[in-house]
Write a protein that binds this ligand. Structure first.
Ligand code: NOJ
Length: 654
């Protein structure tokens, strides 16, 4: 029998977009005026039909009652060369379809939904052009779903918490994700695929967190502003890319570079940007030897700075960070940040003299701006503060936003809200103008914008080693490569070798501290301990920290499981040398590494491994250093102790 209902409920548009290798399929559907998408790998469902659209303040929702005006397809094949990072070349190959949509009835607003389907993921974004009576809008909410099976497993950190992204990762079934969690959100589907939901090119918008919505579908929860809306935007506006990374295994996921492919190339010359290895007037404050604030034990004095510059020269490290150099650290600095002055040094610190001494000796100073989240105070001084450093030939600044919220325009806002995102961007762009590179602590998460702004050399954005002394377990650094590091490099402050310090006891073995220089990439890589620890106690171990580069040509993920272990090989960008490293959780582990990725040459291998009796608690210093010659037909059997790891340099002999 003919049913009238069929006439009205028929599918109007159904389209498949395949990845270049044909294995990933994104399905777009326009059904009864509503849009949705789903994602498949062969005959396996990864994302079930998922809703799309927006709630707009004072207007009808955008994304309903739609018809297709036109669609445009594009096949893109490109190899991108990145100026620095984990891989020199990444591919940007995809099939794109843009769906140009309009409402069937007045006001007939229009927007575009653009999909890109890659061999390793699917991305899409909304693009809204300016139109009559629709040129300035307030987004109340975005309704983008990532409707995975509820039995999918998630590795998550909670959103909207006082310590921003600095939490331990937890494994939670999606059906339990009632509260919002940050992205990248790494998932394992019941059919065994590994996904990570994230976003790329986050500009002028609240950052995406995700949670289960009222339909029990995983869905965007855009970080709100203090006025409870999500974003105020002028049209044209495009959202960040909504990205689903796809891999067959956890280890394969770790080299997904789609966030960079989805960002634009730089608009100007950034050849002045150079990744940096640095030491710092820093850990001495954490272990209570020095203070940030002026006084008897003040760290950032002219004298200490000169001593550290001399140490950097002896150690062969090119940079020096100096924290606590400016006015504003007195008393409880976490509460008094409103008084910070970014152009006024303390009376015992002569910045021009220190900067001159550093420059004469070829050492790059890393300046420091701790805003404590008082963004209004910082923005008032921003131009002067960057000019002050630039005038003193300081080309790197570490910025910080400690505190649970930011004070922006007199209001308390989330770091990862639209106004927070815009503030961070302002600093990146101003720094670029002054030829300054940034390492942002308490940052906005990475969304690949360093492709466009290569002067953004690093970020923190997860628990780093300053949480040692009780709040870091050995598994933490075994989660990072599969979670946080999918959003780009991290300043983890590696290389703390004074493991049994009574103020800050470190829960790793010594070899594992060396491993971090390879397992946790950062364009600004800190050798975080005090120089005397390297020079007097561990000169042999320090050789690895000296030798390991901060810029790689190629990264090969070798083995690992989320939160358990991770083994990776990386080739130096400036030589034929390889660096291999691994980290493990509380369990000891043997790994077998086949060296067949090497070329035909002979390599001198320096191995820094846990000794048989090493243990992160009982015997953290147990390290075996050995040397041998290897080639591509060899393999290595490496032991990692509980809480341990290893680091290997393979130097190609000519
Ligand atoms: C937190 C940062 O992560 C840390 O590196 C810095 O030393 C302090 N804030 C003080 O700025």
């Amino acid at each position: 029998m003919f049913k009238w209902a069929n006439l009205f409920s028929r599918n109007e548009i159904e389209r498949d977009i395949f990845s270049p290798n044909g294995r990933i399929r994104c399905h777009f559907s326009l059904n009864n005026g509503n849009i949705s998408y789903s994602v498949y790998r062969g005959d396996q469902t990864l994302i079930r039909p998922s809703r799309l659209g927006f709630l707009i303040c004072g207007e009808d929702p955008l994304g309903q009652n739609l018809k297709l005006i036109r669609e445009q397809k594009h096949r893109h094949e490109e190899t991108i060369e990145l100026p620095w990072g984990e891989d020199r070349f990444i591919s940007n190959n995809y099939n794109e379809t843009a769906f140009y949509l309009t409402e069937k009835k007045q006001p007939s607003r229009i927007f575009t939904l653009r999909f890109r389907v890659f061999d390793s993921g699917v991305a899409f974004r909304y693009e809204i052009p300016p139109q009559p009576k629709f040129s300035q809008i307030t987004i109340q909410d975005e309704i983008t779903e990532f409707n995975v099976d509820l039995n999918t497993v998630a590795w998550q950190i909670p959103a909207y918490q006082p310590d921003r992204y600095e939490y331990n990762y937890e494994k939670t079934p999606v059906y339990d994700l009632e509260k919002s969690v940050h992205t990248p959100l790494t998932l394992r589907t019941p059919n065994g695929f590994y996904l990570s939901i994230h976003e790329a090119a986050l500009y002028n918008y609240g950052s995406m967190t995700v949670k289960l919505n009222e339909r029990r579908a995983l869905s965007t929860d855009i970080t709100p502003l203090s006025d409870h809306t999500k974003a105020h935007v002028l049209l044209p506006f495009q959202t960040p890319w909504r990205l689903i990374m796809i891999a067959n295994s956890a280890i394969e996921l770790t080299t997904n570079r789609l966030i960079y492919a989805l960002n634009d190339p730089p608009a100007e010359d950034f050849s002045w940007v150079k990744p940096l290895k640095f030491i710092g007037i820093w850990w001495a404050m954490y272990v209570g030897e020095w203070t940030w604030a002026p006084g008897e034990r003040h760290g950032a004095t002219t004298g200490h700075a000169h001593e550290y510059i001399d140490a950097a020269i002896r150690l062969g490290v090119s940079g020096l960070l100096i924290e606590g150099w400016n006015e504003g650290w007195e008393g409880n600095w976490l509460e008094n940040g409103i008084h910070n002055k970014f152009t006024v040094a303390t009376s015992d610190f002569d910045l021009p003299a220190v900067a001159r001494y550093a420059e004469q000796n070829g050492i790059e100073l890393v300046g420091h701006h701790e805003t404590v989240g008082f963004v209004d105070n910082y923005e008032e001084q921003l131009e002067d503060a960057y000019n002050y450093y630039a005038a003193n030939h300081v080309h790197y600044i570490k910025t910080g936003y400690a505190g649970s919220m930011m004070l922006i325009h007199g209001r308390r806002e989330y770091h990862h809200s639209q106004v927070g995102v815009n503030h961070y961007q302002k600093t990146v762009e101003l720094a670029a103008k002054k030829h300054i590179c940034l390492d942002i602590h308490e940052p906005i998460k990475g969304t690949g914008i360093e492709r466009t702004w290569p002067n953004l050399l690093s970020r923190e954005g997860a628990r780093g080693q300053e949480y040692e002394g009780g709040a870091l377990s050995p598994s933490h650094a075994c989660y990072l490569p599969y979670t946080r590091l999918l959003s780009g490099g991290m300043d983890y402050t590696s290389g703390i070798l004074d493991l049994t310090n009574s103020v800050k006891r470190i829960s790793t073995t010594l070899a594992r501290q060396l491993a971090y220089f390879v397992t946790i990439y950062s364009g600004m890589q800190m050798a975080a301990d005090r120089p005397f620890i390297y020079e007097e106690r561990f000169p042999k171990e320090f050789n690895f920290i000296h030798d390991v580069p901060v810029n790689f040509a190629k990264t090969l993920p070798l083995a690992g499981e989320i939160g358990e272990y991770y083994v990776v090989a990386r080739q130096d960008r400036d030589s034929a040398d390889w660096f291999i490293a691994g980290v493990t959780d509380e369990s000891s582990r043997h790994v077998h590494i086949n060296l067949d990725f090497l070329d035909n040459g002979v390599y001198a291998a320096d191995l820094y491994c846990d000794s048989d009796d090493a243990h992160y608690r009982e015997n953290p210093f147990g390290t075996d250093i050995s040397h041998r010659k290897v080639g591509r037909s060899d393999s290595l059997d490496i032991y990692m102790a509980p809480g341990g790891g290893f680091a290997i340099r393979l130097q190609r002999l000519t």
